[in-house]
Design a protein around this ligand. Sequence first.
Ligand code: SF4
Ligand code: SF4
Length: 508
Amino acid sequence: MIMSGLPKWLFFTSIALVLMISFILVEWLNRSNRKAKPYPKFNILSIPGVKACVKAPFFKFLFQFPVFLIFCLIIYAGIYGHAVINIAPVLTWTIWWAGLIFLILFFGKAWCFVCPWDFVATLFQYLKPFGVSKKPFTLGYKWPRWLKNIYLAIGLFVLLTWFELGYHVTASPRFTAILAIVIVFLSVIPALIFEKRSFCKYGCLIGRISGLYAMFSPVEVRSADLDVCTKCKTKDCYTGNDKGNACPTSLVIPQIKENTYCILCTECVKSCPHDNVAINVRPFATDLKNFTKVKSDEAILAIILLALTSFHGLTMTPLWDSPTGNSIIHSIRSITGFGPLGAFTLGMFCVNAALGLFYYLIALITQRFVGEPQVSTKKVFLYYAYSLLPIALFYHLAHNAMHVFMEGQVVVPLISDPLGQGNNFFGTAQWYLAPLLSHSSIWYLQVGLVLIGHIFGIIIAHHVSRKLYSDRRAAIRSLVPMLIGMIFYSFLSLWIMHLDMNMRSSLM
Ligand code: SF4
Ligand code: SF4
């Protein structure tokens, strides 16, 4: 199935809107002189009954176990089911992988809460599916110092994208199942060797991507009252006690400044003897506005997410690969003589390197344009990378909206015939439904999402400029090249969306 891209009028209107919004918003932000104030938040644990539910030992299990059963179904269907008509790739790539970004947008690290790989690792470590374990089964080695960053997760994410697009894993039930099993080993083996959940914290590609995007999300785990934490001598949230396990990612609640490493497991809610842990609802993008410390690995992941999501969109267009021969892949193959995978790999490297290099050039120009020697190009590169995160996130959402709303209905007949063996368990095997949204609704939704990402990108860039430069004029000057870069990335998103797309369901 081909989904036609944005019509010309909508494409040009959205470009005009990006330009208009950019200049009006920057001007307005520069004129406003609002002082930073504490952000509003609401602790959902203060709703009667909620804290008692969260504290129940089996609370997480109630959500995690059904997801684990679906996970088992995916593996079983992938291995024993039909090679094409099969629920495994649809549930994995169209529903879960595409829907995951929406889940992060509204609920932050909620996926980690129900993660089936975490469930398996818990079974191996605790020898039971839930509850407190004073001596989890692990050799307890320290995670190597040189791996205490997210570069491993970045490498795995790049590898997964290469595997996903280069090998068309999204259309292969067998590969999908194998990938799920490989991740089981990746989560269980480190859990048995290293202390706590070091792999979740540093190496899990899903956890790290959701961790970075969760800086935008409106849900956070924080101290309800920092004074109580200051007086607390035991720090049970970190060490654990007979009510709750130690924080699996080694966090101490009063020190949490951003969502990145919290996996929303709620153990600290159970273990805190002072009932001082809050699960707050807060405004979007709070962590991105308030971050105080930049981390090179996070900044690089933000740029890679921006580049890879654009690349992902591009690979679904006939411009990238087409049976007629007029495509980027065809050109690479005829110039280099490479086979399809070699040409894809070279193309993936070139497109992503070009997008990353472009951002480096923007950072370089910004540094020279402002002319403040104490703020290096590296510093500009790292700080402003956080402002590109909303652009990456919302393009990612716009792209995934197409999968969820145009292809999600494919799951309905497969629910009755998950293995593609002609069954009709629930009577829906012949329900070939129309897409959830019409083409035009998807177009408006996509344009709206790109515009929202652009607006948030500018707002974060404004905050970043004030963090980087104490001089107001220098801060405003630094925004000029950055704004041009942001407009370019948003144009790119819209340009990709105006091209026709080969949908995944056409491979079924
Ligand atoms: S969250 Fe609870 S256990 Fe952790 S430092 Fe604060 S008061 Fe102590
Ligand atoms: S124990 Fe608390 S802070 Fe640590 S990962 Fe779980 S929810 Fe987050």
